[in-house]
Design a protein around this ligand. Sequence first.
Ligand code: MG
Ligand code: MG
Length: 248
Amino acid sequence: MIVVKSSAELERMRRSGRMVAEVLELMRQKVVPGVTTLELDRLAEDQCKKWKAKPAFKGYGGFPYTICASPNDRVVHGFPNAEPLVEGDIISIDFGLIADGFYGDSAVTLAVGEIDSATQKLLDVTRQSLEDGITAAVNGGRLSDISHAVQTCAEAAGYGVVREFVGHGIGRALHEDPQIPNYGPAGRGALLKSGMTLAIEPMINSGSPAVKVLEDGWTAVTLDGGKSAHFEHTVVVTESGPEILTSL
Ligand code: MG
Ligand code: MG
C-alpha cells in the first residue's frame, strides 16, 4: 500500500530531507584527492549526532556504516574504508537519516579532482536521468512513467540501466511501497497522487547493466569492470508538480 502523507507529515519530511541535503553538501566539500571514505563516514555520523538524528543505513539489515561509499566500478552499497580517493576517481555517496519520525534518502556521485570527459558524461547523463524521472512524478501519472523516463535518458547515451536495485516509497519507513524500477514501459503501475513520497534513484553503468555482489554480501560492482554512477532524491508528488525534499 502506498502511504499518502498529510501536509503536517510532509513538513517533517522536508526537515529530514534538508538535513540529508546538508550532509551530502558537506561530503561534496570534503571530497578531494587523499580523503578516505571512512573519514567521510565519520563526518556524516558526527553531523547526525549533533542533530540527534539517526543514520538510516547503519544497522539496516546489518549494514555497518552511516554512508554507502561506492567508487568507480562499485554500483551501490560499498563500505567506507581507509583507502584514500585519488585524482580521477568518482565516488558515489548514498546517505539517509530519520528525524522526528520520518526518513530522507539521497545519493550523489562526485568527481575526485579532475576526471576524464567520458566519466563526466556518465555523471551528467545519470543526473539527467534522475531529473527526467522526477519530472515524470506528477499527480495523475503512472508509476512506470518515472521508470521509463530514466531508462530512455540513460539508454539514449548508450549506458546500461541496473535492474537489480530500485527506488522506493519512503516516509515513516526507509523502504515503503512502491518499488520504482529504473526501466520499463510507460503508463503502467500505480496511479501517482499528491502526497506520495518517492525515493527515485537511477544506478547507471557505463557499459553492460550487469552487476554482481561481492563476498561482503553488500558491495555491488559492475560485471564488466566499467564505471557506475548513482543519483537519488526523495521527492513528493504535489498538485503543482514534483517537489524535491532532499535539496538545500
Ligand atoms: Mg539512498
Ligand atoms: Mg534509496
